[in-house]
Design a protein around this ligand. Structure first.
Ligand code: S3P
Length: 456
């Protein structure tokens, strides 16, 4: 069946629709906050709820644009998705392989995770789906997802070079289980294969050389799937999923997102005299590489009240302003802090000494080329920085001159990192556009203001 060409809404990139903002040196930050729900868990709760039989109740869902697009796509595929209160959602699923053909293209906006996970989820259903997104998502490689899904029997229609969006995916009528070695440590690739494997008979196996976040595995277990994960090599994992399970609806409590907490945490470290407490921060060790690194740099991050829910531990973190020193971050730590290098580079700029971050090739294919964008953000604010191959080297001099205008490139994390930098820099730091912050942390600006941050 031929589906209509996707209708695009204008993208917020020209100067008339941009919302710039400036941050400036602020007094001590203080208070206690809960940052929004984890983005990775929120996407997965909606998708697994939709693939289950019966009711899934989610509390603490991240109501950011990325996740709302996933909610809309689940509805378009036949699940009933309903908001029952603030951050509280209910999903009535269609069961494994039960998705119906959507009437129109699915638009994932800025979200690579939403798009790639849903590609996996539909790949085992005999339906045709058109995937699309904004200019940032349209520039990101999808071949890495399509390759394993085609081995399982799905077929991608004609797409741009690299399998870029918009593209049509024809799901497999009879999906086959595969053993797949992921070419890069990517939870998105792993999750897409596992979600497609739900519809296949037999065992679908994924082997990753470096362990990536394991939320899909933990949540699949929570929803009733049989899935076994064992260590492989020195840092890797081998995951085996038994296909065609009956997934049953479940309750999911979404912990606070450590990748969002990263911004106010670094702000609290670099703004003199600060003392901020963060509640319910997810403490899954495959997500906490930034906290390990910051502690190595001398950060005061005190953990208490560690507890777990659905296999996902969480903790309270008390963060106090600290003198930081440069460190070397090993490449094998990258998967556990892949979204945090931008804000780590900000912390490194305020540190004394050189910070070397190795093995950052994956940063080039995120919402923007984050390796180049991070270097540009630092340079325009007077920080010495260098890219050597896939490594980023930041010369910390204990203070940041500031005074720069940072280009955000439709990337929420660039905007938030630059605003954090301005809170402790000698001169204010301006970002050209804050609009994309709404994809992951809609309340970032008011929450930071409530802690004492000055933006104008
Ligand atoms: C995510 C995985 C990561 C990360 C993204 C969220 C996920 O991407 O950058 O923000 O929820 O699976 P990769 O797995 O491709 O590194």
């Amino acid at each position: 069946m031929v589906l209509p060409a996707p209708q695009r809404t204008p993208i917020l990139t020209d100067s008339t629709t941009q919302t710039p903002l400036e941050s400036r040196a602020s007094g001590p930050l203080s208070g206690k906050v809960r940052v929004p729900g984890d983005k990775s868990i929120s996407h997965r709760a909606l998708i697994l709820g939709a693939l289950s039989v019966g009711e899934t109740r989610i509390s603490g869902l991240l109501e950011g644009e990325d996740v709302l697009n996933t909610a809309k796509s689940m509805q378009a595929l036949g699940a009933r998705v309903e908001r029952t209160g603030p951050f509280a959602w209910k999903v009535d699923g269609v069961g494994v392989a039960g998705f119906a053909q959507p009437a129109s293209p699915l638009d994932f906006g800025n979200s690579g995770t939403g798009c790639r996970l849903v590609m996996g989820a539909v790949a085992g259903c005999p339906i045709t789906t058109v995937f699309d997104g904004d200019a940032s998502l349209r520039s990101r490689p999808m071949r890495r997802i399509l390759d394993p899904l085609e081995l399982m029997g799905a077929k991608a229609g004609e797409a741009k070079e690299g399998g870029r969006l918009p593209l049509t995916l024809h799901g497999a009528r009879d999906p086959v289980p595969i053993l797949y070695r992921t070419p890069v440590a990517s939870a998105q690739i792993k999750s897409a294969v596992l979600l497609a494997g739900l519809a296949a008979p037999g065992i679908t196996t994924v082997i990753e050389q470096e362990a990536s976040r394991d939320h899909t595995e933990l949540m699949l277990k929570h929803f009733g799937a049989e899935i076994i994960s064992v260590n492989e090599g020195s840092h890797g994992r081998k995951i085996a999923l038994t296909g065609q399970p009956e997934l049953h609806g479940a309750d999911v409590v979404v912990p606070a997102d450590p990748s969002s907490a990263a911004f106010p945490i670094v702000a609290a470290l670099v703004v003199e005299g600060s003392d901020v407490t963060f509640s319910d921060v997810m403490a899954n060790p495959l997500r906490t590489g930034l906290f390990t690194t910051l502690r190595e740099m001398g950060a005061s991050i005190e953990e208490s009240e560690v507890r777990g829910d659905a296999g996902e531990p969480m903790a309270t973190l008390r963060v106090r302003a600290s003198k930081l020193r440069g460190v070397a971050v090993p490449p094998e730590r990258a998967p556990s802090m892949i979204d945090e290098y931008l804000v780590l580079a900000v912390a490194a700029s305020f540190a004394e000494g050189t910070t070397i971050m190795r093995g950052l090739q994956e940063l080039r294919v995120k919402e923007s080329d984050r390796l180049e964008a991070t270097a540009a953000m630092l340079r325009v604010n007077g920080v010495r920085v260098e890219i050597t191959g896939d490594d980023l080297i930041v010369e910390g001099r204990g203070h940041v001159p500031g005074g720069g205008l940072v280009a955000t490139h439709m990337d929420h994390r660039i905007a938030m990192s630059a605003l954090v930098m301005g809170l402790a820099a000698d001169k204010p730091v301006k970002v050209d556009d804050t609009a994309f912050i709404a994809t992951s942390f809609p309340d970032f600006i008011p929450m930071m203001r409530s802690l004492g941050a000055e933006f104008s």
